[in-house]
Design a protein around this ligand. Structure first.
Ligand code: ARG
Length: 466
């Protein structure tokens, strides 16, 4: 970064200034250190604006042509790393325009006709966030595909289903994987909804009031892929709800990733051994030679901290701001950049980790049978076959669980005599519902864990994700 050593007044807006800014003022004011990430969107927006200015006769075709060509040169310099950014020029918008002037001369000064940095930055940032909505939708789909493949491989594999992290009822591995596919499906929908709502073009709102030039806002909106121009110039330059919606969607998605990550951390432990993580997504310990740590899962579990932090930070920046633009809003970008980078990385890491992990069928199946997991099946049998009211069936089953616990065995190991002592209506047939495979196969209600139901949902998701 180059800094102008002399304290000359700013060439972009310094007409009424005799003196340049204090060095600390420059440090707090400048955003070029981070908003250079908007270079592509800034050039895209300026090229659309210049074309519109020519089409409406506000500037000549010749000037517009020079501006549009020059902007491409500026962008290629930036992307090649051959651009000298200046803190004195504050932000990406003035850095680009200043370089354009060096390249094409005074015609560059016509680009800012009927425009302000306020509608410019609002447009640039919308384009950027819009792109990250699309990236999130793609990243989510990749993760969903990996989860569906896992679900398919273990559609009928029993595992313990938990409530309170205590064994509750047997479920299938496929069902558990698909639970996350559903969550991620809603996440994807939230990004798509946010994208649709934010897809209005602020350009032409100018500083805050619109402009007296005969601009064509439909044209710039269409050129930039927006559905329409924003209908109120004050709103267009001063709201960042589009970024907040992105962050809200990212926060919820990161919460889902964090929960899955937590399960993978638990499941890969020596105590569970439900899954084996591949070496590609694990790390070792510098002192304990036996260790294989699920670092990627742990970091994904933690990313929610930054993403939620960004969401809270931007909400806090925006609350209480009077209309229209205030410089406070420059604090929007770093938060969103960091959250977007964190989310995309977490999605990609999770997709890779899920694709490469192995579900340990024997461990899952054995664990599914522990913790009296088929007690509800026993109670349901007493209702269905013996005709007991559910409350009574619950009580009888509870007594049998206590008996098994005292005997140090599982429910299917209790002799029939013990069963009948708890209730005389119990017959040999009860054992048919005490196995985990029967248990999961019986849960055929829509959305239930039965392998047949799980396979239906796998087929549905494969079609959606195709
Ligand atoms: N760098 C500024 C931002 O990020 C651009 C807009 C500046 N507008 C202004 N009136 N100072 O918000």
């Amino acid at each position: 970064m180059t800094d102008t050593p002399d304290r000359a007044a700013n060439t972009m807006w310094g007409g009424r200034f005799d003196d340049g800014p204090d060095a600390i003022m420059e440090a707090i004011n400048a955003s070029i250190g981070f908003d250079r990430r908007l270079a592509r969107e800034d050039v895209e927006g300026s090229r659309a604006h210049a074309a519109m200015l020519a089409a409406t006769g506000i500037i000549t075709e010749e000037d517009a042509g020079a501006i549009r060509e020059g902007l491409l040169t500026v962008l290629s310099e930036i992307e090649r790393g051959a651009f000298a950014f200046s803190t004195a020029l504050e932000d990406i918008h003035m850095n680009v325009e200043s370089r354009l002037r060096e390249l094409i001369g005074p015609a560059a000064g016509r680009l800012h006709t009927a425009r302000s940095r306020n509608d410019q930055v609002a447009s640039d940032f919308r384009l950027w966030v819009r792109g990250r909505c699309d990236a999130a939708v793609d990243g989510i789909a990749a993760l969903q595909r990996a989860l569906v493949a896992q679900a398919e491989a273990g559609a009928d594999c029993p595992m313990p289903g938990f409530t309170h992290l205590q064994v509750a009822q047997p479920v299938t591995w496929g069902h558990h994987m698909l639970a996350y596919v559903e969550m991620l499906g809603r996440d994807s929908g939230r990004f798509a909804d946010a994208r649709a709502r934010m897809n209005e073009c602020p350009l032409g709102a100018a500083a805050l009031a619109g402009t007296s030039f005969p601009i064509d806002r439909q044209m710039t909106a269409a050129t930039l892929g927006f559905d329409r121009p924003a209908a109120n110039s004050l709103d267009a330059v001063s709201d960042r709800d589009f970024a907040l919606e992105y962050l809200a969607a990212a926060t919820i998605c990161a919460t889902h990733l964090s929960r899955l990550a937590e399960e993978l951390v638990i499941w890969s432990s020596a105590q569970f051994r439900f899954v084996t993580m591949s070496d590609r997504w694990s790390t070792g310990s510098s002192i304990m030679p036996q260790k294989k740590n699920p670092d990627a899962a742990e970091l994904i579990r933690a990313k929610i901290g930054r993403i939620l932090g960004a969401n809270v930070a931007l909400l806090t920046v925006m609350k209480g701001l009077p209309l229209a633009y205030s410089k406070d809003m420059q604090e929007d970008k770093e938060q969103v950049f960091d959250a977007a980078d964190s989310l995309d990385l977490a999605l990609a890491a999770m997709a890779g980790m899920v694709a490469d992990m192995t579900a340990n069928r024997a461990a899952l199946e054995a664990a599914a049978a522990t913790g009296f997991s088929t007690a509800t099946d026993l109670a349901d049998w007493l209702v269905r076959v013996a005709g007991l009211p559910f409350r009574e069936a619950h009580h009888v089953t509870g007594a049998l669980v206590a008996r098994a616990e005292a005997a140090g065995c599982d429910l299917p190991d209790l002799p029939l005599a013990d069963m009948r002592a708890a209730h005389p209506a119990i017959t040999e047939d009860v054992y048919s519902v005490l196995g985990v495979a029967n248990s999961v196969a019986s849960r055929t209600s829509y959305g239930g864990t039965a392998p047949a139901r799980v396979r239906e949902q796998i087929a549905r998701w494969k079609e959606i994700l195709a």
